[in-house]
Design a protein around this ligand. Structure first.
Ligand SMILES: CC(=O)c1c[nH]c2ccccc12
Length: 116
């Protein structure tokens, strides 16, 4: 539709990231894992990622597509699944966010295709 023609890719990236953050109702992904509180974190996770870092990257034009955003989202989820064992709230929350976030991203991919 015409109004999508006026929607720059950056606006779609921003709204997609905002939708993903809204799904993280426990806000466990809002900020980096505090490495002084979790001293062994970097033994399991080589590339930390969280939503605050993704916002900084987005505003710094580090994401050229929904696929770029999806890569960091998937990294953030897999870090959490790796560090936190299956029986933890964090692990279960990450699995749920992976599901609902996937739907948000699939919808965003469709929208970006119709922008052209
Ligand atoms: C997202 C994640 O793994 C974590 C979010 N907060 C944490 C606190 C201790 C250990 C891990 C975490």
């Amino acid at each position: 539709a015409l109004e999508l023609k006026l929607t720059p890719a950056l606006v779609l990236l921003r709204s997609t990231l905002e939708q993903l953050q809204e799904k993280d109702t426990a806000k466990i992904f809002s900020q980096p894992v505090n490495q002084s509180e979790v001293p062994d974190y970097l033994e399991f996770v080589s590339q930390p990622m969280d939503f605050s870092m993704m916002v900084t990257k987005l505003e710094g034009h580090a994401y050229c597509s929904i696929a770029d955003l999806e890569k960091d989202f998937n990294l953030m989820i897999s870090n959490c699944l790796k560090y936190n064992s299956k029986d933890t709230m964090f692990h279960k929350t990450a699995l749920q966010l992976k599901e609902v976030g996937g739907a948000v991203l699939r919808h965003a991919h469709r929208q970006s295709q119709s922008i052209g």
